[in-house]
Ligand binder design. Structure first.
Ligand SMILES: *[C@@H]1O[C@H](CO)[C@@H](O)[C@H](O)[C@H]1NC(C)=O
Ligand SMILES: *[C@@H]1O[C@H](CO)[C@@H](O)[C@H](O)[C@H]1NC(C)=O
Ligand SMILES: *[C@@H]1O[C@H](CO)[C@@H](O)[C@H](O)[C@H]1NC(C)=O
Ligand SMILES: *[C@@H]1O[C@H](CO)[C@@H](O)[C@H](O)[C@H]1NC(C)=O
Ligand SMILES: *[C@@H]1O[C@H](CO)[C@@H](O)[C@H](O)[C@H]1NC(C)=O
Length: 474
């Protein structure tokens, strides 16, 4: 319902209804793995292991920026106002405000009061799936990088004060009859002069997102019609970026934000999505199939049936991230009630982020040590294959049949990870544990999520897991 508030205000602005043309069915999209041959980012000159290494590199960058972001709070309480278009009495005020500000700041890792920019090491570590959508009337194709770790969707826009090289067409706002920049008055607090937002001389609301590596995007906050396949939505808030620079890849038009904050597409479109989306990640590293993972939105994205487990989504700041509670990790062949389980005594709610754009799983150092101790008991002493500091726990010619199931015990949900989810052959004959220790925030990464149908329900605040054949969902 979050978005109803937003849409309501938009109705006032534009006197037109935000109304999707397929109200009940939801919709689904192909996810193009950036390392798959179908991706425009695919670089055939990379060897398989380079792919892996790059993915892990991105994963690590991302982990470090997620941790900075997740640990970050900023006092914006004074900006809250009943006039805010995002005002919703249902939500704790600070939570909502921070999410509106921070959540929309894709890749915000830490707020630099001095520069007024949000710093983040972002260009290396956006989520790695690309999604093709159409924006405007007539629609123009936009290939955005899907990021469940950020909220604001933005695309490069003419006129370019400074745009990075882009293969596809750059949006021309004046070409679209449904494009409308948001004016300062209408957008309430969003356009109060802050370091992220400002009013230009034409009374247009400008957004500004800066990243730690010098990358940045600046432009107009605007609304336009978004098309997801045959389904269209009017008045979707996005960033029309006129000044975008840094290490952005020329194949992408921008970012598609699917985080948990109010500006996320999931929440903006919740009339149809009902705050529900799911994905089933198809392993990509070793197969030549052309199957793409799909992301589903709305009713059909519901994860139901036998053997579904669910765990509460924990509300924390910034609301962009999806926080779960990991109570313990268990080692043992299909038996989670055995006493090969361990947990930290002081389990904190929301102690782990689930992220589709992080490769590895990062867990608390203490849990990691116990996990590896137990694994060593079964598998023997590991080898450290550690030129880049990624893999400290590897085995030569590992017989996967001997690897015990590792169970992540989230609140109310035991998620069993078979060997294929925990060990990966990173070099010929060398398999390494894809769960690594973190001194900072924990992240449930996408290798752990393979072969699982993972569903998010932002209305009921639940994440669902179900073991399925993901190719059946492709
Ligand atoms: C915008 O309109 C011009 C003139 O009609 C056209 O040449 C151009 O292809 C359009 N570009 C986009 C991205 O819509
Ligand atoms: C995958 O797609 C490529 C290019 O579209 C095609 O050449 C190849 O035959 C396809 N492979 C399979 C297994 O369908
Ligand atoms: C799991 O372990 C418990 C206690 O050790 C035992 O009672 C139970 O039978 C085991 N279940 C399976 C499926 O092995
Ligand atoms: C494991 O469980 C058994 C029986 O339930 C018990 O005797 C044993 O002490 C337990 N081991 C540990 C390390 O807790
Ligand atoms: C996991 O994420 C990495 C990096 O974001 C990506 O390259 C990889 O394809 C993803 N893996 C799966 C199985 O989805």
């Amino acid at each position: 319902m979050k978005t109803l508030v937003l849409i309501f205000v938009l109705i006032n602005i534009s006197s037109s209804l935000a109304k999707p043309n397929h109200i009940n069915g939801g919709f689904s999209l192909d996810l193009i793995d950036r390392d798959s041959p179908q991706s425009p980012l695919y670089n055939p000159s990379y060897a398989q292991f380079d792919h892996l290494k790059n993915a892990f590199q991105r994963s690590t960058y991302r982990a470090s920026h997620l941790s900075k972001r997740a640990g970050f709070t900023i006092d914006l309480i004074e900006r809250e106002s009943l006039l805010s278009p995002f005002y919703n009495a249902k939500y704790a005020s600070s939570d909502r405000l921070k999410s509106a500000f921070l959540g929309s700041m894709s890749g915000a890792s830490h707020f630099s009061r001095k520069s007024g920019l949000i710093d983040a090491d972002i260009s290396n570590n956006f989520g790695e799936y690309l999604m093709s959508i159409d924006i405007g009337t007539p629609p123009v194709k936009v290939l955005g990088i899907v990021d469940t770790g950020s909220d604001l969707t933005w695309a490069q826009c003419e006129p370019c004060e400074s745009c990075y090289e882009q293969v596809g067409p750059i949006l021309v706002p004046s070409n679209s009859s449904t494009y409308q920049p948001l004016t300062c008055q209408n957008k309430g607090f969003l356009c109060q002069p802050t370091s992220q937002h400002s009013c230009d001389s034409n009374n247009i609301c400008r957004y500004k997102i800066g990243y730690g590596d010098g990358s940045h995007t600046t432009g107009d906050l605007a609304i336009d019609t978004f098309w997801f396949g045959q389904t269209s939505f009017k008045n979707v808030v996005f960033g029309c970026g006129h000044d975008n620079n840094g290490k952005f890849n020329k194949e992408g038009s921008g970012i598609i934000g699917l985080g948990g904050g109010p500006l996320s597409l999931i929440n903006q479109l919740d009339v149809v999505t009902q705050g529900i989306f799911s994905y089933c990640l198809i392993p990509n590293f070793n197969d030549g199939t052309n199957q793409t993972s799909k992301m589903q939105f709305g009713y059909y994205a519901k994860v139901t049936g036998p053997n579904v487990v669910s765990t509460p989504l924990v509300k924390k700041d910034p609301s962009t991230f999806y926080y779960l509670t990991l109570e313990s990790v268990l080692v043992g062949q299909n038996n989670v009630s055995s006493n090969n389980s361990f947990s930290k005594k002081d389990v904190q709610e929301g102690n782990i982020i689930i992220d589709s754009g992080t490769t590895l799983t990062f867990i608390d150092q203490e849990l990691y040590e116990e996990l590896t101790l137990d694994l060593t008991e079964v598998l023997g002493s590991p080898i450290a294959l550690d030129p880049d500091g990624f893999f400290q726990y590897c085995y030569k010619d590992l017989n996967m049949d001997t690897v015990p199931t590792v169970t992540f015990r989230f609140t109310d949900a035991d998620v069993e990870l078979p060997p294929v989810n925990t060990f990966l052959e990173v070099q010929k004959g060398m398999s390494c544990l894809t769960i690594v220790p973190s001194t900072d925030i924990a992240i449930f990464g996408n290798l752990s999520q393979r072969y699982l149908l993972v569903g998010y329900d932002l209305i009921n605040n639940k994440v669902y897991f179900k073991h399925v054949d993901c190719t059946k969902y492709a």
